[in-house]
Design a binder for this molecule. Structure first.
Ligand SMILES: *Cc1c(COP(=O)(O)O)cnc(C)c1O
Length: 404
C-alpha cells in the first residue's frame, strides 16, 4: 500500500509521471503499482477498508483520511494502480463508468459545446442529450474518423472533444493524437474513453489526451462481477477539479468494489494477450466463413483503419462484430443458440458474450437510421473471452447451422 499519510501530496503520482509506470513494464505495474505489503501486518493484498470515518488525533489532525467518500485506503491503492497503468500521474475511481463520464461533464459550464463521435457508447449519448442538454450544454455528433468533419464541428465555445476508440459495435478506430490536436487548437479538452482498448493496448495520455475515462466494469475488472469507473490525468489542476466533483457529487466506489478491480488489474496483461489472440484467430476464421458477410475487427487488413490501429494500439483487442448472411430473426436465432458464448450485453470479462445490436444494445435507434449508420439486421457483436478458441468456432458453427 501507499504511505497513507502522503495521500494528498501526490508523491507516488509524481514518480509515475516521470517515468511512465514507475520505470517498470506494465505487467509489473499491474501487480505492484499502488500496492505495498501492509506496514502493520505484512499482508500482501490491499485490505478492504470497510470503514466510513477515521479517528483524528486532534481536530483536523488526521492521518490522511477523514471520511470515506472523500478518501478510502482501498480506493487510494486502486487509483494509484490505474494511474500507473495509463502512465498518468493522477487516478480517480467512481462507482460506474457513467459516474466517471458525469464527472468530466461537471468540468463544463452552461453554454459550453462538446464534439463527439456519432457512434459513441449509448449511455454516453444518453447523458449528453437527455441530462446535460437540460443544463444548457450542446453536443455535436460527427464521424470522428473524418477530421474535416471534426474541424467543421469545433467552435470557439467548444470545451470538450470526447473520443472513443475502438468504437461500438463497428470497431472504428479514431486517431487520438489528431483529435487531441484539433481540440487543443480551440482551447478545448480532449477526453478519451479507453474502455475497449485498456491501457495494456493503448495509452491516450501519451498521444496528447488530457483525460482518460474507463468503465472498470469491463476489462479492468475483467470478471463480470463489479461495476466501476475511473479517470486518469497528468494535469494536477485538472485532477484537483475532478477530485472536487468526485467528493461533491459522491459517485464513489465501495472499498469492496475497489478490491475487486485491484484483483482484476493484476491479470490484465495476461488476460488481454489471450483476448487478443482469440479474437484475432476468430476474426480470420469468420472472415472465411460462408455464413458471414463481413467482419469488423481492427486486426484484419480489411479494416478501414487497420494501419492506424497497428500504430496506435499494442494489440487489436477482444471485441469484434460480424454480419451474418440472414434476416433480423435469423441473427436472433444465431445469438440465442450459442453455448460457449452467453447471450448478454456488456463485455470484457473472461467469458465470451454474444449480442445482437439491432435487437439489444442499439434497439432504441429507429431501423432506417440504424441501417444507415451501418448497423445491419444481421450484425452480431461478440466479446471474445479467454476460453479455447476451437470451442468458440465449434459453438458458432453449430449456431449458424441451426439458424441459417
Ligand atoms: C460500459 C461502458 C461505459 C459505461 O460504463 P458503466 O460501468 O456501465 O457505467 C462507458 N463507455 C463504454 C465504452 C462502455 O463500454
Amino acid at each position: 500500500m501507499n504511505d497513507r499519510s502522503d495521500e494528498t501530496d501526490g508523491s507516488d503520482a509524481e514518480n509515475a509521471r516521470d517515468d511512465g509506470t514507475n520505470g517498470v513494464h506494465i505487467e509489473t505495474a499491474a501487480i505492484h503499482a499502488g500496492q505495498e505489503p501492509d506496514g502493520a501486518t505484512g499482508a500482501l493484498m490491499t485490505p478492504i477498508y470497510a470503514n466510513s470515518t477515521y479517528e483524528q488525533d486532534g481536530p483536523g489532525d488526521h492521518r490522511g483520511y477523514e471520511y470515506s467518500r472523500t478518501g478510502n485506503p482501498t480506493r487510494t491503492d486502486l487509483e494509484a494502480n490505474l494511474a500507473a497503468l495509463e502512465g498518468g500521474a493522477f487516478g480517480r475511481a467512481f462507482s460506474s463508468g457513467m459516474g466517471s463520464i458525469n464527472t468530466v461533464l461537471n468540468l463544463l459550464e452552461a453554454g459550453d459545446h462538446v464534439v463527439t463521435g456519432d457512434d459513441v457508447y449509448g449511455g454516453t449519448h444518453r447523458i449528453f442529450t437527455q441530462v446535460y442538454e437540460e443544463y444548457d450544454l450542446s453536443f455535436d455528433f460527427v464521424d470522428t474518423t473524418d477530421h474535416g468533419a471534426v474541424r467543421d464541428a469545433v467552435r470557439d465555445d467548444t470545451a470538450l472533444v470526447w473520443v472513443e476508440t475502438p468504437t461500438n459495435p463497428l470497431m472504428r478506430v479514431n486517431d487520438i493524437g489528431a483529435l487531441a490536436d484539433i481540440a487543443h487548437e480551440h482551447g478545448a479538452l480532449c477526453a478519451v474513453d479507453n474502455t475497449f482498448a485498456t491501457p495494456y493496448l493503448q495509452r491516450p495520455l501519451e498521444r496528447g489526451a488530457d483525460i482518460v475515462s474507463h468503465s472498470l466494469t469491463k476489462y479492468l475488472g475483467g470478471h463480470s462481477d463489479v461495476v466501476g469507473g475511473a479517470l486518469v490525468t497528468d494535469d494536477a489542476e485538472l485532477d484537483e477539479r475532478l477530485g472536487f466533483y468526485q467528493n461533491s457529487v459522491g459517485a464513489t466506489p465501495s472499498p469492496f468494489d475497489c478490491f475487486l478491480v485491484l484483483r482484476g488489474t493484476k491479470t490484465l496483461p495476461v488476460r488481454m494477450d489471450r483476448h487478443c489472440e482469440n479474437a484475432s484467430e476468430l476474426a480470420r476464421w469468420l472472415e472465411g466463413h460462408d455464413a458471414v458477410d463481413r467482419v469488423y475487427y481492427p486486426g484484419l487488413e480489411s479494416h478501414p483503419q487497420h494501419d492506424l490501429a497497428a500504430d496506435q494500439m499494442d494489440g487489436f483487442g477482444g471485441m469484434l462484430s460480424f454480419e451474418v448472411d440472414g434476416t433480423l430473426s435469423q441473427a436472433s436465432d444465431v445469438v440465442s443458440n450459442t453455448e460457449v458464448f452467453t447471450l448478454a450485453e456488456s463485455l470484457g470479462g473472461v467469458e465470451s458474450l454474444i449480442e445482437q445490436p439491432a435487437a439489444m444494445t442499439h434497439a432504441a435507434i429507429p431501423r432506417e437510421e440504424r441501417v444507415a449508420a451501418g448497423l445491419s439486421d444481421g450484425l452480431v457483436r461478440v466479446s471474445v473471452g479467454v476460453e479455447h478458441v476451437d470451442d468458440m468456432k465449434a459453438d458458432l458453427d453449430a449456431a449458424f447451422d441451426d439458424a441459417l
